[in-house]
Design a protein around this ligand. Structure first.
Ligand SMILES: Cc1cc2nc3c(=O)[nH]c(=O)nc-3n(C[C@H](O)[C@H](O)[C@H](O)COP(=O)(O)O)c2cc1C
Length: 168
């Protein structure tokens, strides 16, 4: 890749647009509402205790539910499950019930767990941090299922043409 020097914020956007990172589907539940959305802004932030950060746009329906929720689940899906990514990334719970259009099961603490995921983990929300137009939800994973084989997981460059269901 050729590098062009830039003194403006365009450089950051240019770099970020080329990064390939894992995509996940975060689900949550509160007051009888269960939902989820496609997320790219996420990372492990502590080893002991194990903690994982999921950043949700404050415009998203999932954000509204998560602010009232006690737990959050994180699912990684296979590289060929773009349709599932499309459902959670291009549709909004403001308009449709995404969980009526995919397979899932009800797990402990009312969490919806997507049965089509390659692997998942979940846990209580232990910290909520405002970051600008996204809010960080830090979970302490205490359950889940590891992948049975080393599957190729869905990553950001594969879904960069999707149109988010909610404007940023
Ligand atoms: C490639 C891609 C990455 C995204 N990353 C995030 C993200 O990190 N955090 C987030 O809250 N939404 C992210 N979104 C947007 C939401 O998944 C999308 O707006 C979704 O429709 C919101 O659904 P909801 O309103 O039901 O929560 C991303 C969407 C796409 C297509």
């Amino acid at each position: 890749m050729a590098m062009a020097a830039s003194a403006s914020g365009d450089a950051f956007e240019g770099v970020a647009a080329e990064l390939d990172y894992p995509m996940l589907i975060a689900t949550t539940s509160a007051d009888g509402e269960s939902t989820g959305c496609l997320v790219g802004f996420a990372t492990q932030v502590s080893l002991q205790p194990a903690r994982f950060l999921v950043c949700l746009s404050d415009k998203n329906y999932t954000h509204a539910v998560a602010t009232r929720a006690s737990h959050l689940a994180v699912h990684y899906i296979a590289a060929d499950q773009v349709e599932l990514a499309r459902l959670f990334g291009e549709q909004t719970g403001d308009v449709i019930n995404k969980l009526a259009r995919c397979d899932w099961r009800l797990a402990a603490d009312g969490l919806p767990v997507l049965t089509g995921a390659e692997c998942w983990f979940a846990g209580p929300i232990v910290q909520v941090v405002p970051f600008g137009d996204h809010t960080g939800f830090v979970i302490e994973p205490d359950r889940g299922a590891a992948p049975e084989r080393s599957a190729q997981l869905l990553s950001s460059l594969q879904v960069r043409s999707l149109e988010p269901g909610h404007g940023a």
